[in-house]
Design a protein around this ligand. Structure first.
Ligand code: SF4
Length: 222
């Protein structure tokens, strides 16, 4: 009855993620509707919030959201007319525009980046070990999508130049973040970090090998 059909387990995992994504999308639509925003406009406000310390160009918005430049331009134009986003010439390149949140845009973005209580409650039903395992699983899948060129490199620890995986073997907090100069465990691995800086490809590959190798060893000892 439970004989394995090739791909069946993978499909089941994706079915589960799709169920959760449906709730996330529904919540986003609801908040977006209350604010009079489209989902693309919501994503742009969230992006500018997360990158508030950086220069964000128009071309990056399209790439980050995986939409066409025309779609990104329309959505940004609407946000500018609503007074939520400002477009100014780049101080580094007089031919490029950079985007920032206005005060009103920052206030809306602050609300948008809060996850709804129902989803936080669902994530909170996981035990600490399950949360750590889930975080590792998601990071693996996100990295695979990066490798396939389906998404841009995420701002997560395993891509970051400050990440020192398994610096303290055998500890509950085996990794080290050189940005804050502190150890941390798998539960605190970030998938969207405001302090992230992209690692050189060689360092990212080396870190990934260390991260995965130590993981396989601890899994095989279970
Ligand atoms: S700066 Fe952020 S992404 Fe980089 S290692 Fe530290 S916590 Fe992770």
């Amino acid at each position: 009855m439970f004989e394995e059909v090739p791909g069946a387990i993978e499909s089941k995992v994706l079915d589960g993620l799709a169920r959760i994504a449906t709730v996330m999308k529904g919540e986003t639509w609801q908040v977006a509707g209350e604010m009079g925003l489209t989902p693309t406009q919501v994503q742009i406000l969230k992006l500018l919030h997360l990158r508030s310390q950086e220069v964000v160009r128009m071309s990056e918005v399209a790439r980050e959201l995986s939409v066409t430049p025309a779609t990104a331009s329309d959505a940004v134009g609407a946000l500018i007319r609503k007074g939520l986003v400002a477009r100014t010439l780049s101080p580094q390149d007089a031919r490029a525009f950079v985007l920032t949140l206005t005060e009103a845009g920052a206030a809306q973005a602050n609300r948008l980046v809060q996850w709804p209580a129902s989803l936080l409650e669902a994530a909170g039903t996981l035990a600490p070990g399950e949360q750590a395992a889930m975080t590792r699983c998601l990071i693996k899948m996100i990295r695979s999508l990066q490798e396939q060129g389906q998404i841009l490199p995420a701002r997560m620890c395993v891509n970051c130049r400050y990440f020192r995986p398994h610096s303290y073997p055998g500890s509950n907090t085996p990794h080290h973040c050189a940005f804050v100069d502190a150890p941390f465990g798998d539960r605190n691995l970030r998938v969207e970090c405001p302090d992230y800086e992209r690692a050189e490809p060689q360092l990212a590959d080396r870190n990934w090998s260390t991260f995965i190798r130590a993981q396989s060893q601890s899994d095989s000892s279970l």
